[in-house]
Design a protein around this ligand. Sequence first.
Ligand SMILES: [Zn+2]
Length: 107
Amino acid sequence: MPIPNMYCPNCRDTSPCATADHRTSKDFDGGEDQRKSDKRGLGINWFHRVRQCPVCSEIFATAELDEDLLVKLIDLFASTSELQGKIREYLQRRENITDSSGLPRSK
Ligand SMILES: [Zn+2]
């Protein structure tokens, strides 16, 4: 099977990244099972795989999961980012019209 071209999160190159021993991962937890589940019981499951970049030698972990779930996670990430922006705007506006106690700023 050919080695797939993958994006390296370190050097940002896309090149054939071979599978590396998962025990070399910086987040190796001592477990031999590469099938992982979220610790909160949300039912999110993935396969943990470690790759090595041939350009910069970085060893990085990837997760194989159902693509529909990935799309949902991307949507949630986008919604969360949008909400955080709105909260920042609200707090900025509030700060401009109130003092640190939350009372209207006196002029
Ligand atoms: Zn790299």
